[in-house]
Design a binder for this molecule. Sequence first.
Ligand SMILES: Cc1ncc(COP(=O)(O)O)c(C=O)c1O
Length: 392
Amino acid sequence: MASARLDKTLVTLTAPSSFAAEQYQGLRLKCEQHRRASDVRVMAITSPGAGDGKTMTSINLAGALALREAGDIGRILCWLTLPVDVDDASLARAVEADVDITAYTPERVDDIIAVGGSPRIQLKVDTGLSRGGSTLGHWPDLVAAARKAEIDGTIEVTGIWSHFACADEPEHLANDRQERAFREALDIADRVGLRPEVRHLANSAASILRPSSHFDLVRCGIAVYGLDPAPGHTGHVALRPAMTVRADLALSKRIAAGDGVSYGHTWVADHDTTVGVVPAGYGEGIPRHAANTAEVYAAGRRRPVRGRICMDQFVIDLDDDELEPGTDVVLFGTGAHGEPTAQDWAEACDTINYEIVTRIGGRFARRYVDSAPLDSAPLDSAPLDSAQGDDQ
Ligand SMILES: Cc1ncc(COP(=O)(O)O)c(C=O)c1O
């Protein structure tokens, strides 16, 4: 379903007037490793707004349709439908656009049948996350309804799937419980005659840490960004961050000992120093929690964030370096050149790397850079400014 589509990866994000960029070199790395290691297929998970024409799934029908409109010709799974999708004919458009649609209830199966065409559906069972999906109690009714529709020729059931709650904690007892429940759900489906093309349960962490949960396909989100889904547990896997966020320094200037910096003066210089202004703030998804904790990279060195993050800018300490406006500031990247990684930012902000990379937006523009073939020179050898590739 997915891996073949990861041979061209991606992404650099550039803001208007080269304000900033984001680079996803190596997006396919983990997926490719899986594909080579076994028969398991890989589905890349995209977050809303990150559609790039090369990914395989989307949270809702609007996102799925946006991926199609962006030119994605691969299989796309929509995992969550909303009441509005039935009302505004999105279901019908999704069937026409060849999107696989997940159903949690017999009623949604009926909604999908009602739009006509040749719908492909997948069934989701809740094995213990208590989020989307049919409870095990309702599962027999759902598979019976889907099988009946399949026999009638009104739908094709292409998948059965579920999602882990604690895959990033490999010792957590919920993992065994969920996998057992998934196998039970598959048996129930099998007994009514459903033979789906794909059965899938594993996210990034389980794809690395729990081979027994791979079934036919793994759904990788954060690992596709080259980030560690379970820090502390995955030391044996070489993931390479795929996304770089950068901005042009707006200005630098000297301040004196005793001067307070940014709103609230939460940082006060204890000696004369030079500060620089980076033109990105919480409006661009820079966490306010980065105040006085995170670092960026500019002119060959890490530079600490000083004071609060503002709506559209923040201040860094340049020490005695008066850098020219326009100097490249890397907020986070691969780490290969000394720049912080998204994981570093996550630790500085007391959150997870997922939140750091998915919240970047606002005036940042995305630019997608094809990465080198896996067998060629390591991507780490690419200069930082290789992110200045062609705008999309
Ligand atoms: C249903 C589902 N599958 C897979 C994923 C991917 O998870 P991860 O990023 O941990 O690989 C997510 C994450 O949002 C998800 O909600």
